[in-house]
Design a protein around this ligand. Structure first.
Ligand code: MG
Length: 169
């Protein structure tokens, strides 16, 4: 199952309002100015160890390469990255109507973590689950792990029901 994270205000937070991971060592701290929410590397590694794919889905224009290099400093490797450029190329394309800023369902992402109300409230109708995260929360990682487990259990039961319905035909 795939889980994705927004960057701004979710994995990237301000040390003035949130607990953060230590910055990269000089001079990398000047190159990579974003600060990671405390517990980010641990949560992502743990999700991956449990068998989840972890993606980034951001509406920012940071390059995939920049995002990969920054997170590699923290021992994190994402399974996929969708930035604004990729979303426009693969999701929005040449459609006349403007699609929502993010459609995790397009990438078969089951759970997306975001700070934006509009993305979270429209999640169900767009075919994915959302976890809204914004303020400092000491238990954020635990809550997201819990949510991921619930959804993967739901999906497992749904698949089971589907295959037993098939068997009965
Ligand atoms: Mg955000």
């Amino acid at each position: 199952m795939r889980v994705s994270f927004d960057l701004d205000e979710v994995l990237f937070v301000s040390p003035e309002t949130h607990k953060t991971e230590p910055p990269p060592v000089f001079p990398l701290n000047l190159l990579f100015r974003e600060r990671l929410r405390l517990g980010t590397p641990r949560l992502i590694n743990e999700l991956q160890a449990l068998g989840y794919e972890v993606w980034v889905y951001t509406s920012s224009y940071r390059s995939e390469n920049y995002i990969r290099r920054l997170f590699r400093l923290y021992g994190v490797r994402f399974d996929g990255i969708v930035n604004a450029q990729r979303h426009l190329r693969e999701v929005q394309r040449d459609r006349k109507t403007v699609l929502p800023q993010k459609l995790p369902n397009h990438y078969r992402i089951s759970l997306h973590v975001d700070d934006e109300e509009v993305i979270c409230t429209s999640a169900r109708q767009n075919g994915f689950h959302a976890y809204q995260l914004n303020a400092q929360d000491d238990d954020w990682a635990e809550k997201i792990l819990q949510r991921a487990k619930e959804i993967s259990e739901q999906e497992r039961r749904f698949e089971q029901a589907k295959s037993s319905a098939r068997d009965q035909k």
